[in-house]
Ligand binder design. Structure first.
Ligand SMILES: Cc1ncc(COP(=O)(O)O)c(C=O)c1O
Length: 387
């Protein structure tokens, strides 16, 4: 028997309570029973995002939400700015190019956060920029960007802000309205710990003005259709939604609010700190040097000299049953990433660190065996989120 643990930055493990909801007999989507759940989930997602803006649930993974933001908000040839600091921000640039936008890529060395002042400078230099895109949590490098500073800069220009909060929302505080974030995208399979397959997207009045005149061809992800369907009584979706995913999300959101958002953010921050200190204790180096920029969702760790990085993730999975994530793109084999978001607690972190230690020992890395686990216990004990 080799018990399996998912400890990636998404998809994340799903609780039994949420799985049971997901397994309920299917209800039809044009029924009062589903409408009630659909409206409740929409309301709860707005509460999670701290927004009064319109919010739509799309049947797609997070990338569909990113594509929806771009194809709805812009017109061919529009100039957009992408703060490019990892695999997912680069995806914003790629999607924008596919749909004929002119992309200015503000490139950062991977592992560094955005400097909001750079955004301001670019907007001053290019007043025709229509939109600025960035990741709240850049999952590929383990960075959390300062979304507050970013939104409050962009609000002073004609451009709209588009924030991919797919791996950050629910793990770290995001205040869409207070921070003037025009379009915010989330996903079901990250900190919500719900099944994969739903994205959600909030849209401000400033963004609607662009959407209403956008000329990029789109069909499935047309937010004008989504808005029309949502305005019906009771609210609808234009197409068949991911019914069971939405039912499961309802439970996942209830669990999050039962814990309390602030408590959930604190739990994530403590798990991140515990993970960081534990890996440092066994001599590993964190990929993100700026402590304040380290994500609460995922910790990126440098592969130590002389160890085959790809073997760390594969051995942890095959021998110990613990699935973590490797590096992406140019970080393949150079870093590995331990997720600690969603339905995740201290004993999950201890499992991750313990399996990592055993794997590193198998791979011949020299360190004081057991010290990482002991450090995780100590750091957690001193900062516990448990009563
Ligand atoms: C920050 C971020 N953006 C976008 C995505 C893409 O989401 P999906 O794989 O659900 O399409 C992910 C998923 O890992 C992510 O972490």
């Amino acid at each position: 028997m080799n018990k399996k643990y998912i400890m990636t930055p998404g998809p994340t493990a799903i609780s039994e309570d949420v799985l049971l909801e997901h397994a309920r007999p299917l209800m039809h989507h044009r029924t009062p029973e589903f409408s009630e759940i659909f409206s409740a989930v929409t309301k709860k997602l707005k509460k999670l995002m701290k927004t009064e803006n319109d919010l739509f649930i799309l049947t797609s993974s997070g990338t569909g939400g990113m594509e929806a933001a771009i194809t709805n908000a812009f017109s061919k040839g529009d100039k957009v700015l992408v703060a490019n600091l990892g695999k997912f921000s680069d995806r914003f640039a790629k999607i924008s190019k596919v749909f004929g936008l002119e992309v200015i890529s503000l490139d950062y060395e991977w592992g560094n956060p955005i400097n909001p002042e750079d955004i301001k400078e670019m907007l001053d230099k290019n007043p025709d920029i229509k939109g600025v895109m960035f990741q709240f949590c850049e999952t590929s490098t383990g960075i959390t960007n300062n979304a507050e500073a970013f939104g409050n800069i962009v609000k002073n220009y004609n451009a709209i802000s588009i924030v991919d909060a797919i791996s950050g929302i629910g793990a770290s505080d995001l205040q869409a309205d207070n921070w003037n974030l025009d379009i915010v995208i989330g996903g079901s399979q990250k900190a919500l710990s719900a099944p994969t397959g739903a994205a959600f997207i909030s849209v401000s009045d400033k963004a609607w003005k662009l959407i209403e005149k956008s000329n990029i061809p789109r069909f499935y992800f047309n937010l004008l259709d989504a808005r029309e369907a949502a305005s019906r009584k009771p609210p609808q979706t234009p197409w068949t939604p991911g019914i069971s995913i939405i039912v499961a999300m309802n439970k996942a959101l209830d669990m999050l609010f039962e814990e309390g958002l602030e408590n959930a953010f604190r739990r994530h921050a403590i798990l991140a700190k515990t993970t960081q200190k534990a890996v440092e204790k066994i001599g590993l180096e964190l990929f993100v040097k700026d402590e304040d920029a380290r994500s609460s969702s995922v910790t990126a760790v440098m592969v130590p000299e002389g160890v085959d990085g790809k073997k760390i993730t594969s051995m942890m999975r095959t021998k110990y049953g613990v699935q973590i994530a490797g590096g992406q793109g140019k970080l393949k084999g150079k870093i590995f990433r331990i997720g600690h978001l969603g339905w995740f607690g201290i004993f999950d972190t201890i499992i991750a660190i313990s399996a990592l230690e055993m794997t590193l020992k198998d791979l011949g890395y020299g360190f004081d065996f057991g010290e990482g686990v002991a450090e995780a216990q100590k750091v957690f004990y001193e900062n516990s989120y448990l009563e």
